[in-house]
Design a protein around this ligand. Sequence first.
Ligand code: AMP
Length: 215
Amino acid sequence: MKLILLGAPGAGKGTVAKLLTKIDGSVQISTGDILRGAVNAGTDLGKEAKSFMDAGDLVPDALIMNIMGERLLEDDCKNGFLLDGFPRIIPQAEALDVLLEKIGVELDFVVSLDVPRDVIYDRLTTRRTCENTKCQAIYNVKSMPSKVEGICDKCGSKTIQRADETVEAISKRLDTYDEMTAPLADYYKKKGQIFEVVATSSDTVVEAVKEKLAK
Ligand code: AMP
């Protein structure tokens, strides 16, 4: 499957993407994960991206399009991909259209995850992430805690609250989403590509996507 997952931070794009990868081997491509990996590894990309990310601002398009231009050409994308956190603004969506056309790839559709704001706020402030960049497993202190508090079940590294998941950074990210990313739903609606799902549970979203793909 070749899908874009659209939704506010905390809407569950990452969780849904991980569940969908199990269906047919499509890969999850999360620009946020790629950028966090670069920040932790101290690469030039990471150094450029860090201040934008910590402030809850978007990283410049040129950096993002370089990442995606290379990533979508990798072999593992041939089975399909789930774009999580990209595109974030209309110019990125337009650039993606050009890129997909150039490499001869067609999207199935764009899944828009609709979640009430108070649910999102609660999810993000209680989220914990494995600090190991190769793992980045996600937990939630309320709904999905690790077996040992503060320790990742999968790799034994520490779980941490991300710098951009403080109350201030979350408010900023949600404002940025409303202003810059939410208009993407209209962009894809006009192209007849949007599939809107009420996303209070990730399993419901996965079932709805499976059904839609089967049609
Ligand atoms: P995420 O994990 O998707 O919420 O992304 C975390 C942060 O990475 C965002 O707040 C942005 O600073 C940056 N980021 C991720 N994806 C993009 C993108 N497509 N365009 C610009 N910045 C991005």
